[in-house]
Design a protein around this ligand. Structure first.
Ligand code: SAM
Length: 477
């Protein structure tokens, strides 16, 4: 997970140039988009816009694309051999669709994990080449049907109705659901095309390893539910939202509001606040996502994993404020490691009320952590702390909101206070490995669909601070 460390000190005053910058920020700020808008501005001022940079041709000649296919196939073979050799040497079960196959890969040495990723990337590229451009687009645009079918299967809890160690006929299965026979069969057969369930003989259904996950992992059920029943309709309404409000900054005018008839009424979190079942589902879905490899708090806490070293703060008994810190799990982990620091976890009243009490069984930890109801869209109430921490907050907000989050801190900041942003950090297109690139691009548009929000690049984070005030010194770790 990308992390940014941002230091700040008390800004002298809010200058008019900062205000002008803030206005300029009142739109999404992808770096490529910013430069094209700058060019447009130059044009309206009478200055000639600089010519667009020349595009380098990357197409390959027909004989080269043949060799690319073979190169990819060879790469896949080599990487699969390496992965398989490791699995054999360690006596690990081979990847399989079988119902008893492990749901996850075991932790692999870095080079073997690299081979596994190579297989994933190269097979995708090879498939695209083998399909050809027209077919890739024609059938690629049907991928939403995978989500539709899986969401329905998940909604009706079909996976839990299929026995793990035997089979069930479609007729028997149908008797256990409110889905009619035809729709049950067609939805099942649709998800089977993705390795979820199998039909060993006509009309007989059995689990695969993937459908078993759907049957047994409640967080995964929530993940599919949240994606299929909240994000999917929101994504389907991004286009009308963009057409009606092209600036795409308002929390009440995103695809989500167009999907659920709440335009100009309430942000997504308020809608969920009124519906405990949906709110719980989103909470569990997030747990499923953040339980995944690479998202653990240890990446922030453990210095050996590239985390942040707070020894200096610990020596002076400094104060760390986790803004929008949920139930304070990050502060608990930090307090376990640093024995003198003090912590304030700020969140909405409801979240504070539902936090575990005591927050830790270890009283030495619990007594140094204060839970405080505070709305981060109002002026910061914990003054003169050493660190103000935002983990997974900024990406929930478009630029005008994100700037106000930072501005709200300014009256509380003492010289040398640090603001730490722990969020994804977008790299320029093509700089990430293809897997991470795709996850991040998807996350970015999920933010658009739900909240008119965005993931940001380092330059875009820097722009937020420049727009919020003059006194910030921006550092990256
Ligand atoms: C995406 S979660 C991130 C939680 C936590 N920082 C983490 O790393 O998992 C966003 C958090 O912001 C809180 N939140 C939302 N709006 C808020 C507001 N106006 N003031 C304070 N907290 C808020 C939510 O309750 C939630 O705990």
């Amino acid at each position: 997970m990308g992390k940014l460390r941002l230091s700040s000190f008390f800004p002298s005053s809010s200058s008019s140039s900062a205000d002008a910058e803030a206005k300029k920020q009142n739109r999404r700020s992808f770096s490529a988009l910013s430069s094209s808008l700058r060019n447009k501005d130059a044009g309206t001022n009478g200055a000639a816009a600089p010519p667009a940079p020349k595009v380098t041709k990357t197409e390959t000649a027909p004989e080269q694309s043949t060799s690319r296919m073979l190169a990819l196939a060879q790469k896949i073979t080599k990487a699969a051999e390496k992965l398989e050799a490791h699995m054999k040497a360690k006596n690990l079960p081979m990847p399989s669709f079988d119902v008893d196959a492990p749901a996850d890969f075991p932790s692999l040495p870095e080079d073997v994990q690299g081979s596994r990723q190579e297989i994933i990337h190269a097979t995708k590229e090879l498939a695209l080449l083998a399909h050809g451009p027209r077919e890739s687009i024609r059938w690629g645009v049907w991928e939403f049907l995978d989500v539709m079918a899986l969401a329905a299967i998940n909604h009706y809890g079909i996976a839990k109705l299929v026995p793990v160690d035997s089979t069930i006929t479609l007729a028997e299965l149908q008797a256990k659901t409110s889905l009619d026979a035809i729709n049950l069969a067609r939805l099942l057969r649709m998800v089977m095309t993705n390795g979820i369930f199998r039909e060993p003989s006509p009309g007989v259904i059995a689990h695969t390893a993937a459908s078993r996950v759907l049957a047994e992992d409640e967080d995964m059920q929530a993940w599919v539910g949240f994606n299929g029943e909240d994000i999917f309709p929101a994504a389907g309404h991004v286009l009308p939202a963009l057409k009606a409000h092209p600036e795409a900054t308002s929390l009440t005018r995103a695809g989500f509001q167009f999907a659920f008839d709440t335009v100009d009424k309430e942000p997504m979190f308020a809608t969920f606040g009124k519906d405990p079942v949906r709110a719980r589902r989103m909470g569990r879905a997030m747990a499923s996502l953040t339980g995944g490899e690479g998202y653990e708090p240890s990446y922030f806490v453990d210095v050996e994993k590239g985390g942040y070293d707070f020894s200096d703060l610990d020596a002076t008994g400094g104060t760390f404020v986790d803004i929008g810190g949920s139930h304070g799990f990050m502060c608990v982990d930090l307090a376990n490691k640093y024995k003198n620091m003090k912590f304030v976890v700020q969140d909405l009243q409801k979240t504070v009320d539902s936090a575990p009490k005591p927050i830790s069984a270890d009283s030495q930890v619990a007594e140094r952590i204060t839970l405080l109801a505070h709305d981060f869209f109002t002026e910061q109430v914990t003054k003169d702390a050493d660190v103000y921490f935002f983990r997974w907050i900024m990406h929930n907000y478009s630029t005008p909101y994100a700037i106000s989050l930072l501005k709200n801190l300014i009256p509380a900041l003492k010289p040398g206070a640090r603001i730490i942003i722990n969020d994804h950090c977008l790299l320029e297109a093509g700089q990430e490995n293809p897997w991470d690139e795709r996850v991040m691009r998807r996350m970015d548009v999920v933010m658009l669909a739900l909240l008119n929000a965005q993931e940001r690049s380092e330059a875009e984070f820097k722009e937020l601070f420049a727009a919020a005030g003059d006194g910030f010194v921006f550092k990256v770790s």
